[in-house]
Ligand binder design. Structure first.
Ligand code: NAP
Length: 265
């Protein structure tokens, strides 16, 4: 297992949920951490918590859907902490996909944040990692990227795009010293999932998920999907007839038509 001590890491979406817990876990393992998100107050609170525990973290505000903001935030972290060794593109949004009218703006937002947010975060560090022949690109995708789910088409499509983007990148970067890890969690108890009314099998705390993710990063995993039972069942469900998928997972769809719109996994 590779040690993370002394490495410079950036975590996008660090102001909440999985990203918050991940940043803390990386700091505990000895990383200096750049904290990226839009909410500055939350990032400052997290930076203070990390400092109080003896670690180093700097906030850098950015909307990950805006490439110039991402470049500027990463440049600020680089200036404060040094060259970036580890980029964790974690920022994401989850919105239901409605049928009539189709909430196209929500679909667009998910593709911008969940897909382009990863592309921009990686683009901000790929050059320096290639030049140094060392680095690690990590994206927090989702088990939801393994198949389209009723009421979650756009979210699932965004995560499937991340999975495939990273597959290509991993092969292209083979032999360069730059590693690529795709993280596909199941359900995690965060603000993204708190309004879900359906049963979330295997629901994890963000701290538990963060420990699993950091261990996968240290082991240099290509793709890490957990819990493995949910990952396997989701993959197998691709072969189920649509009527059965709608019967088993149709609660998602019903919620999508009625609910507040925040989704997850
Ligand atoms: N919770 C789950 O069950 C679950 C399961 C699998 C995968 N995931 C994935 O895990 C990641 C984190 O989700 P979470 O559950 O921790 O959700 P969360 O608690 O809602 O946190 C989302 C984070 O993303 C940031 N973010 C959203 N839009 C952004 C933007 N335009 N620019 C910059 N930052 C932005 C938010 O920060 P600001 O609002 O401050 O910008 C926040 O820090 C997401 O990619 C999600 O898809 C979640």
């Amino acid at each position: 297992m590779a040690s993370l001590a002394g490495k410079v890491a950036v975590v996008t979406g660090a102001s909440s949920g999985i990203g918050w817990a991940l940043a803390k876990e990386l700091a505990v393992r000895g990383c200096k951490v750049g904290l990226v998100a839009r909410r500055e107050a939350e990032l400052k609170t997290l930076a203070a918590e990390v400092a109080a525990a003896g670690g180093t973290a700097v906030p850098a505000v950015a909307d990950v859907a805006d490439r110039a903001q991402v470049e500027a935030a990463v440049a600020a972290v680089r200036q404060a902490l040094g060259p970036i060794d580890l980029m964790v593109a974690n920022a994401g949004v989850g919105k239901a996909t409605r049928l009539d009218p189709v909430n196209v703006a929500d679909v667009e937002a998910q593709l911008r944040v969940n897909v382009l947010g990863v592309v921009y975060a990686f683009a901000a560090v790929q050059g320096e990692m290639l030049a140094r022949k060392s680095g690690h690109l990590v994206a927090v995708s989702s088990i939801a990227g393994f198949r389209g789910l009723p009421g979650e088409s756009a979210y699932c499509a965004s995560k499937a795009a991340v999975n495939v983007y990273l597959d290509g990148l991993r092969a292209q970067l083979h032999g360069t010293g730059v590693r690529v890890t795709t993280i596909c969690p199941g359900f995690v108890k965060t603000p993204m999932t708190e309004s879900n009314t359906f049963h979330m099998p295997g629901l994890m705390t963000p701290e538990f998920a963060a420990r699993k993710i950091v261990n996968a990063i240290r082991r240099g995993k290509k793709v890490y999907a957990f819990p493995w039972t949910l990952a396997m069942l989701t993959k197998l469900s691709r072969w189920l007839p649509d009527r059965l998928v709608q019967r088993v997972m149709g609660g998602y769809d019903t919620d999508a038509e009625k609910g507040p719109g925040e989704r997850g996994a």
